[in-house]
Write a protein that binds this ligand. Sequence first.
Ligand code: ADE
Length: 244
Amino acid sequence: MTRFDILSIFPEMFESFFGCSLLKKARDKGLIRIEAHNIRDGATDKHRMTDDYPYGGGAGMVMKVEPIARVLEAIGANPGECLRILLTPQGETFNQAIAGELARAGRIVLICGHYEGVDERVRENLADRELSIGDYILTGGEAAAMTVVDAVARLIPGVLGNEESARHESFATGLLESPQYTRPEEFRGWKVPEVLLSGHHREIETWRRREALRRTLLRRPELLAGASLTEQDRRILEELKKES
Ligand code: ADE
């Protein structure tokens, strides 16, 4: 059982996202536990403030350290007993390899920032790691926390119905996936490639590998450097380069 705790000023945002689909099934099966906690519950002043003006002046508000520290304590998210992650555009860029690492942690705590930023003391004293989901700015860390939990949870054994599909997919092999089709064979004159209907498993595998290489070469050539390629793959890549 992997446990995820999310600290947010909008914990209700997570209800529908984690209440549907594979993640709901995984929770119902007891494979994962996900809990969203309100940072406001850690505020002790009469207005239950979670943000305040920046010292030194300037625009916008800064998230306070105290409410976050108190909620972490209340849920027993102690250093060394869980991995505390701050979601911030300044963090290390999240990717499939990091998702794989996190899938081996027993308990992950995600802290969602807001406003112009978070008091630096959160980063320094209350977070083990900082993650960004990409080079763009969100209104808050919530969509980033959903992204991280989703990507990590599906790597936990038993969460995906079909373990095979995780092994073949883009990034697991280091290549983009080959095109996929389902019924009908023809729709408005748009046809499924003949080879996929042939029943020749060897030919189908060869075709899929070639198309995965083609797609990666055209769209994400930088991934080829990190992919494990056979001699045959390299020959195909040379052909594809000549074709284009
Ligand atoms: N908060 C705002 N933007 C973010 C991003 N890109 N990644 C993680 N947290 C964020």
